[in-house]
Ligand binder design. Sequence first.
Ligand SMILES: O=C(O)CCC(=O)C(=O)O
Ligand SMILES: [Fe+2]
Length: 220
Amino acid sequence: MILPVANVLTPEQVAAFRERLGAARFQPGAATAGWHAKLVKENEQLRPDDPAHADLRAEVERVVRANPVVAMAARPKAFGPILFSRYGNGQHYGSHVDDALMGGVRTDVSFTIFLADPDSYKGGELVMETAAGEMGYKLPAGSGIFYPSTTLHHVAPVTGGERLCVVGWIRSFVRDPADRELLFDLDTARHALFKAGGKSAEFDLLSKCLSNLLRKWAED
Ligand SMILES: O=C(O)CCC(=O)C(=O)O
Ligand SMILES: [Fe+2]
């Protein structure tokens, strides 16, 4: 499931991130890509030794964990690397699949949280390459897209302005994207049922199915 999530960061948080990143030191992005992705990666990233890195990383983990939609869709167990990337004029990231293991963490869900207003740069769509065709995403600042790390994807060339974003990886309690989607759908239906009729017998049955499927599939 490829899931756009609105307002992962508030406008105030986006502004604070942008201010902190504006004063920080960046390095060529190829430093943190796998050997094949390196060949097509042309952007810049916040240096991991910059003092801003640890603070912003902690804040990203906090907001992503606190987001109820992400909790239902991604079921995060742990976080892999978190990168703060910028793409200037002409920069892009060609087609690739993310490494399966990053820093010893299995990557199940990849995400991008946009930090630049879409009107402030040209191009720069994050494009999912699926059997159904290509789908490009260029979301408002503060919104994020969460997608299975199994997906081929690329970032289209930026042809004006600057694209700034957070990129990260989640190790999920549930490895299989189809299983995560099933749990997400059940949970969504369960919430709607609760809203319409409270804690009914049907709600309890759905809750039982959800809990028992999660118990079957979760790797704790
Ligand atoms: O910049 C993005 O939105 C995604 C970058 C990406 O695919 C990656 O860092 O692996
Ligand atoms: Fe990627």
